[in-house]
Write a protein that binds this ligand. Structure first.
Ligand code: PMP
Length: 397
């Protein structure tokens, strides 16, 4: 049966983790991951999460199946976080949200539903994009192409190129956009640029699929949802995949959501019935624990405030690490200008390091980064920042 099965290539980032774990050097640093670490190098357990769990423990509840679409208060909480409490889209019954297995699960449910809806359409992802986007949409049966995005020369956005790409796409093409904190580059369009992108998507009748896995890590919870709200304001029907993995530091709980914005209440109920079929035939219904934790926090004003403050702390620490990295590179005599690192948003930075330099970082210094030059700024801390800056300075010589 399995004689002809070929060995699949290793996942580039998880493969890097394996290499890191096997490395016996004491000063090793892993900047390859997509995880937020605190200044002690630990994955934080948020106070808001602990308090919600304590409350849940004190009233032990039976663990029956959840509805196919998940916990209602979770879905409404996630939806409100994206569209805003005063959203006309919500008031008009034009949004539906289902609990999903992380942001990845939301993308997969969305992709499967789109395959049913628009089987002839092509999917376009940014060049570069999160490495799972392409594989995920291909698995769902789509042909995946890219649109121009990153400009290596400026370490910024190639906005003209992006607009030109959007202009070439046939109507009903599916465009996957990172609504904030672009992974892997850290480069986001400005709000003025987003306004032009959104107008063009509307004019050309493209289908936006907004992926937002880092809400709260850029400029703030509301600020980071600006793009979602801009698209909603233009009356666009769209897909939104969101994730609480990072913002709640609940990676293993698989807490995400798929939100669809439709053009009428009637459409919403028909669309929801179809999305539920997709879920039912994939995994039937989502798990209880993580969803309940997040729902508890989102629906308690006190816990919400605790969470928002903790999230702001994570965001500010990352900003501080960006500033320190740039300053320390200068201190260690790096002549190149790294100020672009300060403009980038979220956990990642496309550092501009070449694959060769990344390889030297690993071999000579035990510092692990993705070969594209992507580093996780959220893995820097006051203990390792000096070592990292010094090593980067050495490989740049
Ligand atoms: N989209 C993007 C852009 C991501 O970076 C990630 C996580 N690395 C996801 C989706 C998936 O999120 P989750 O871990 O919640 O499945």
């Amino acid at each position: 049966l399995f004689e002809t099965v070929e060995l699949a290539p290793r996942d580039p980032i998880l493969g890097l983790n394996e290499q890191y774990n096997a490395d016996e050097r004491s000063g090793k640093v892993n900047l390859g991951v997509g995880v937020y670490y605190d200044d002690q190098g630990r994955i934080p357990i948020l106070q808001a999460v602990q308090k919600a769990e304590q409350a849940m423990m004190s009233t032990a509840a039976a663990r029956s199946y959840l509805p196919i679409e998940g916990i209602n208060t979770y879905n409404l909480g996630a939806q409100t976080l994206l569209l805003g409490a005063d959203s006309p889209v919500i008031a008009e019954g034009r949004a539906l949200t289902v609990q999903s297995l992380g942001g990845t699960g939301a993308l997969k449910i969305g992709a499967d539903f789109l395959q049913q809806l628009l089987p002839q359409s092509k999917v376009y992802i940014s060049d570069p994009s999160w490495e799972n986007h392409r594989a995920l949409f291909e698995r769902a049966g789509f042909t995946v192409d890219t649109y121009t995005y990153y400009d290596a020369a400026t370490h910024g956005l190639n906005f003209e190129g992006m607009i030109a790409s959007l202009r070439t796409m046939p109507a009903q093409s599916i465009v996957v956009l990172h609504a904030c904190c672009h992974n892997p580059t850290g480069v986001d369009p400005s709000m003025e640029q987003w306004a032009q992108i959104a107008e063009l998507i509307k004019e050309r009748q493209l289908v936006p699929f907004l992926d937002i896995a880092y809400q709260g890590f850029g400029d703030g919870l509301d600020e980071d949802a600006s793009v979602v709200r801009l698209f909603a304001k233009l009356g666009l029907s769209m897909f939104i995949s969101s994730s609480f993995s990072k913002s709640f530091s609940l990676y293993g709980e698989r807490v995400g959501a798929l939100t669809l914005v439709t053009s009428s209440k009637d459409e919403t109920s028909r669309v929801l019935s179809q999305v539920k079929r997709v879920i039912r035939t994939n995994y039937s219904n989502p798990p209880t624990h993580g969803g309940k934790v997040v729902a508890t926090v989102l629906n308690s004003p006190e816990l919400f405030q605790t969470w928002a403050t903790e999230l702001a702390g994570m965001r500010e620490r990352i900003r501080d690490m960006r500033a320190q990295l740039v300053a320390k590179l200068k201190e260690h005599g790096v002549a190149q200008n790294f100020d672009f690192v300060l403009q980038q948003r979220g956990m990642f930075s496309y550092s501009g390091l070449t694959a060769e330099q990344v390889e030297r970082l690993r071999q000579e210094h035990g510092i692990y980064a993705v070969s594209s030059g992507r580093i996780c700024v959220a893995a820097l801390n006051s203990q390792n920042i000096d070592v990292v800056a010094k090593a980067i300075a050495q490989v740049l010589k």
